[in-house]
Write a protein that binds this ligand. Structure first.
Ligand code: ADP
Ligand code: ZN
Ligand code: ZN
Length: 740
């Protein structure tokens, strides 16, 4: 083995934007092996900082007397070199810094600490021997009832001695008789997941013709020569969009594609939008692939996350399922990257680096010569244009899509249309289930004074406060500010206050009064009812387990669940998402209605029925969703975006400057704009004021660019320059590429 080159390029993990590495360090003799991805403590700016080796060199321009030596290697595994490269790409692509991007790919617990906080855990473990199993199976065996109970506890697998149900003395006696072994071992912290998908037993069903055709294309790409080998397909030929209606069996295609990748000796990443909403997907992968599956997400304890990460790093687990951060799974040879429900906004990370996991997935697939498989019933126009489309037009059971009725609410006096009330009554009589989607949590959207017109607003943000009756509060959905429910107007003294609009809390109450009882319970699912860890899964499990009832909730209720007894799905204010001043408003509204429709009629009770209450009865997105016409919608939407130069025909970069004073925020944004004057192919919109948020005044610029790379570089340079210039002194600046 040759010695490492003497110079290591190391990126110290600091958050300071100005201190950007990498910096060169001399590796002293006898330091031990150093490679790209090794974690090392280095002296930096007067203290010891955790750093990542990003390169190695024989020589450096740094004069010898200035060249420092690193302190020590951090034990445990480093980061795979491919992920160090991916982090570098993310830093450039999303106007961030290499140090921040490297923070995404570190082993769990490493953070900025010199010493990772988690370690492999070792403990005394007890495990049954064959003789122990035989004794357990033999009712005549010479063991006491207490000993038998211990053996039974261990039947499912080894346990820490402390959890075996007895003391060390008794364990030792059983060990002496050869019924079990007790030894110090590495203990794996296993995350436990919901059994909500337990309907699935892990046996692959025969595929429908459309599933088969899609799988064949994917498998062919998996088997094709790798990039660089003769006959290798282009990147474009390895990127697929599985566009299948809800219930068309996309997940089954993912499962069989994953099996094919494993068989070819390659690893698999499966991204889901939010782990809490994907218990069924996780359960199906685990049922099919067992321990080969590792799950990585932030709701795991740090020890669990570390152990799952290590199983991937060592190659013991070869499929990683998780939310956007799972795109950084430390797998050695990724052959397939799956992005489920690719239309979901949750794939965009809202902290620095503001990466989009869908683009990172595509990049990682390209780097690894892997196949990218994105799937959705309501794909984004971007993906339709960029990926090879595999279409599944029919549901697995051959059943028609549910009938969708649009209900005009323009003259309505009550939040539930008469047709909706009647339909809910029918479901109750039949002992079936319904889902009701309300776009807003809380009781009412805002409060106003009937005599002077005062509207209750957040003192920190320029938005109306929402009434939450259950909590006796009005609260801000942006910053969390909450006040007691007012009894009179502080401006004019009037006690006559009006509540406008209906949120989940009020609809829950309406339904309880109208149709709820023990036989037909009303469940509510929104951020208020599921604030605790695991709350969403528990709520979904309760609804799943109930023989009948109605689930009321925010958009969470429309996402991917497979409840066979749901025969009615209702959305109460379908145009609410349309009123957002965002070029994605149409896309979001279409997806919401189409996804909700996908929740109805998945079981044995026929097609199901979908009701769409709306003020915008002619909106193209709503009409197309009601007609299950996703091709028509996509064609129209692509034409509209081309005309207006929106993605995918241009890239958007948003710059937000915030400050205590509006003038400072504006000045910073104007300074960025003036520095962006000459970017080819870029159009700068703004600065324009944004509503005040958390007490900060804000001003924003939007850059529309046809030359993405050049524009991102220019924006990053302008933002960095203004942050250091007088105009930026009192402001904080952030750049967001592909904002949501
Ligand atoms: P999607 O993700 O497209 O909405 P799913 O993958 O959840 O659809 O499939 C819907 C249901 O159909 C699931 O219960 C799944 O197990 C089942 N299923 C999928 N493919 C088949 C098949 N070829 N034959 C029978 N059942 C299938
Ligand atoms: Zn008043
Ligand atoms: Zn607020």
């Amino acid at each position: 083995m040759s010695a490492s080159p003497p110079i290591a390029r190391i990126e110290p993990l600091t958050t300071a934007r100005a201190l950007r590495g990498p910096f060169d360090y001399r590796i002293p003799e006898g330091f031990g092996a150093v490679e790209v991805g090794t974690l090392i403590a280095v002296p930096f700016a007067g203290r010891d900082v955790l750093g990542v080796v990003t390169g190695l060199a024989e020589t450096t321009d740094v004069p010898a007397e200035k060249l420092a030596e690193p302190r020590e290697r951090v034990d445990g595994p480093g980061v795979p070199a491919s992920l160090v490269a991916l982090a570098g790409w993310i830093a450039d692509e999303y106007c961030s810094t290499p140090a921040r991007a490297l923070g995404l790919v570190l082993p769990p617990g490493a953070g900025r600490a010199i010493r990772p906080r988690v370690r492999t855990r070792r403990a005394l473990v007890a495990e049954l021997t064959d003789a122990g199993r035989a004794a357990l199976a033999d009712p005549e065996a010479r063991v006491t009832a207490k000993q038998r109970a211990v053996l039974r506890n261990l039947a499912a697998g080894p346990l820490p001695a402390a959890d075996s149900g007895t003391d060390h003395g008794s364990l030792r006696r059983l060990a002496e008789r050869g019924l079990l072994v007790v030894e110090r071992r590495e203990l794996r912290r296993r995350p436990v997941h919901s059994a909500i998908g337990a309907r699935h037993d892990g046996v692959p069903p025969p595929l429908t013709a459309e599933q088969e055709a899609a799988l064949e294309r994917i498998v062919a790409a998996l088997g094709a020569p790798r990039p660089g080998e003769p006959g290798a397909p282009s990147d474009a030929d390895r990127r697929f969009l599985l566009h299948g209606v809800t219930g068309s069996g996309k997940t089954e295609v993912y499962l069989q594609a994953a099996a094919a990748a494993l068989e070819a000796g390659r690893d698999v990443i499966v991204l889901v939008p939010e782990i809490a909403l994907a218990p069924q997907t996780v359960a199906r992968f685990q049922a099919r692939f067992g321990d080969t599956v590792a799950v990585l997400h932030s709701q795991l304890g740090q020890g669990e996350r570390y152990d799952e990460w290590m199983r991937l790093r060592r190659g013991e687990a070869r499929i990683c399922v998780g939310p956007r951060s799972a795109v950084f799974a430390p797998l050695a040879d990724v052959g397939l990257v799956i992005v489920d429900e690719e239309h979901e906004p949750a794939y965009k990370h809202e902290g620095d680096p503001r990466y989009d996991a869908r683009r990172v997935a595509a990049r990682r697939a390209t780097d690894a010569g892997a196949v990218l498989l994105s799937g959705s019933a309501t794909p984004r126009p971007e993906s339709v244009r960029a990926l090879r489309r595999l279409r599944i037009g029919r549901r697995v059971d051959g059943r028609a899509m549910p009938a969708v009725e649009i209900l005009d609410m323009r003259d309505a006096r009550h939040p539930l249309h008469p047709v909706t009330r009647e339909a809910l009554g029918d479901v109750r009589r039949a002992g079936q289930k319904a889902i009701v989607l309300v776009n807003r949590r809380g009781w009412s959207n805002f409060l106003s004074c009937r005599s002077c017109g005062r509207v209750w607003e957040c003192p920190q943000c320029d938005v109306a406060l929402v009434l939450h009756r259950g909590r006796h509060a009005v609260s801000c959905h942006h910053c969390g500010h909450a006040e007691r429910v007012p009894s009179r107007c502080p401006d004019c003294g009037s006690v006559s206050l009006a509540r406008h609009g209906a949120g989940t809390e009020r609809i829950e109450q309406e339904l309880l009064e109208a149709i709820g009882d023990e036989r037909f319970p009303v469940f509510r699912l929104d951020a208020d009812t599921t604030a605790t860890k695991g709350g969403i899964v528990r709520a979904l499990e309760r609804f799943d387990a109930a023989p009948a009832g109605v689930l009321v909730g925010t958009q969470i209720v429309a996402k991917g669940h497979d409840f066979p007894d749901v025969t009615l799905a209702v959305v109460l204010d379908a145009d609410q998402t349309l009123r957002f001043p965002d070029f994605r408003a149409e896309e979001r509204t279409f997806a919401l209605v189409a996804q909700l429709a996908g929740r109805a009629g998945r079981g044995p009770h026929g097609e199901g029925r979908v009701l769409v209450q709306t003020l915008a009865v002619d909106a193209p997105s709503i009409v197309a969703a009601a007609a299950h016409d996703s091709d028509g919608f996509l064609a129209g939407e692509l034409a509209r975006r081309e005309l207006l130069r929106y993605p995918p025909f241009a890239s958007l970069i948003r710059v937000v400057c915030s400050a205590e004073e509006a003038t400072d925020a504006h000045a910073a944004a104007a300074a960025v704009a003036s520095r962006l004057g000459e970017v080819p192919g870029a159009q700068v919109l703004g600065p324009a004021p944004l509503f005040r948020l958390r007490g900060r005044e804000r001003s924003q610029l939007v850059v529309k660019a046809t030359e993405r790379r050049a524009a991102v570089r220019a924006v990053a340079a302008a933002v960095d320059a203004v942050a250091r210039a007088p105009e930026g002194r009192r402001a904080s600046l952030s750049a967001d590429v592909d904002p949501q």
